[in-house]
Design a protein around this ligand. Structure first.
Ligand SMILES: Cc1cc2nc3c(=O)[nH]c(=O)nc-3n(C[C@H](O)[C@H](O)[C@H](O)COP(=O)(O)OP(=O)(O)OC[C@H]3O[C@@H](n4cnc5c(N)ncnc54)[C@H](O)[C@@H]3O)c2cc1C
Length: 380
């Protein structure tokens, strides 16, 4: 059947947004037999999914919300199996590795702040095992001999990993296609209407109807959510990244801000900036990223920079994900987060089945509802 005739009879779930969030959910839904359509705005859209640092990162996640640390750890633990499923289905190796991750400090003050942060995460009530180690310079040098003289120490967690993010994106899209997902590029959802248990997604091309929808439109979730009784207060947060020419392997382990890809280039990143919806690269920020990288690894100074870019994270008010379901329009779900690579396995393998079942179980998802932002208003 042509997509222009799509109705609630031939689509179980319509996913709005074909970035990493929407693709992981759509792939997960299709895997369990759901008939899925994915509407995507297209190349003019802001796309965090095309500009990230590709970490599957656990340490330092979740101060203030222990369930987020636990959700992150579960996703990281599921990642190897997830990567394997994608490879078996599509033949694409997404390059997942979990060598453990270092966060290098360039001063004693930085190192102490880091220790305090990780300990505070670990000490939260309700936390599960979240081991980390603080290493002095000698121990870091043992593990990473090429560090610069200014490195005073590091935090280390064996749970951290990384992948090849463009290949992850390609594998999810290839997998969706093979599983029969209808991918509709250049289909920006302009409006959503709901009546009689059916959602009508209005685009310039056509109208798509479905009994369930997932808002996974990145920053545009903020505009779409109120149309179906949801609240997704997200804003753009800029991050800039530098990529060098390819070089021989010199980093035998994973460092949070200096990452050698499986193809040999070195990625230096990434900044955290409140710059509105401006995806410009700026020389002052790039200079700081480059300078810190060279202080950590003097070898980096001899490499040519071949690319720089900026991309916009999808940032919630408190930095934690929002997963929610609408009370007034049953069947409408939303998903927003700033770590869509790390959480891709959880989105595909844990969130998607709940959406298919029509319910986000409160024991796992209540902490991630945007109702957490409404508490002060109610109390006032
Ligand atoms: C610099 C940087 C570094 C990062 N590093 C990491 C990292 O190391 N590890 C990690 O886990 N995460 C990282 N992230 C975050 C990660 O990239 C994002 O969490 C993830 O890409 C978010 O995916 P998304 O699909 O929600 O949003 P997006 O990638 O922004 O995609 C949104 C999609 O929705 C579509 N869309 C928008 N509006 C509409 C509409 N109305 N109708 C239809 N379609 C629509 C767009 O076309 C787009 O494809 C980083 C992000 C940045 C910017």
């Amino acid at each position: 059947m042509d997509a222009s005739q799509s109705s609630r009879r031939d689509i179980d779930v319509a996913v709005i947004g074909g970035g990493l969030m929407g693709s992981a959910i759509a792939w997960g839904l299709a895997k369990i037999g759901q008939r899925v359509a994915v509407l995507d705005e297209g190349d003019i859209a802001f796309r965090a999914s095309r500009g990230n640092f590709a970490l599957v990162w656990v340490q330092s996640k979740g101060l203030g919300l222990a369930p987020y640390s636990i959700w992150t750890m579960r996703s990281a633990n599921a990642w190897a199996g997830f990567a394997d499923m994608l490879r078996q289905q599509t033949g694409i190796d997404v390059g997942f590795q979990r060598p453990g991750g270092f966060n290098l400090s360039l001063s004693e003050i930085e190192l102490e702040k880091r220790r305090t942060l990780l300990q505070a995460i670990q000490d939260q009530p309700g936390m599960e095992r979240f081991e980390f180690e603080m290493l002095d310079r000698a121990r870091v040098k043992q593990a990473i001999p090429r560090i610069g003289p200014e490195v005073v120490g590091a935090s280390y967690s064996r749970f951290d990993g990384h992948c090849n993010s463009p290949r992850l994106f390609r594998a999810l899209h290839a997998g969706m296609q093979q599983a029969g997902v209808r991918y509709l590029p250049e289909h920006r959802a302009e409006r959503i209407e709901y009546s009689g248990g059916e959602f009508r997604l209005l685009t310039r091309q056509r109208e798509i109807r479905a009994p369930k929808i997932v808002l996974a439109a990145g920053i545009d979730n903020a505009r779409l959510a109120p149309m179906v009784g949801l609240d997704v207060p997200v804003r753009p947060q800029r991050g800039q990244i530098i990529v060098t020419e390819k070089t021989e392997p010199f980093l035998n382990c994973l460092v949070q801000t200096v990452r050698q890809t499986d193809e040999g280039s070195v990625m230096l990143g990434d900044s955290v900036e409140e710059a509105g919806a401006d995806p410009s690269v700026t020389v002052p920020v790039i200079s700081v990223l480059a300078s810190r990288a060279v202080r950590m690894f003097p070898d980096v100074a001899r490499l040519n920079i071949v690319r720089t870019w900026a991309a916009l994270r999808v940032m919630t008010k408190d930095g934690f994900p929002i997963y929610d379901q609408s009370e007034t329009c049953p069947g409408a779900f939303c998903a927003s987060c700033h770590s869509g690579v790390t959480l891709a396995a959880a989105h595909a393998l844990a969130l998607a089945p709940c959406i298919a079942a029509g319910e986000l179980p409160a024991d796992r998802f209540a902490p991630f509802s945007s109702r957490r932002f409404h508490v002060p208003a109610l109390a006032a």
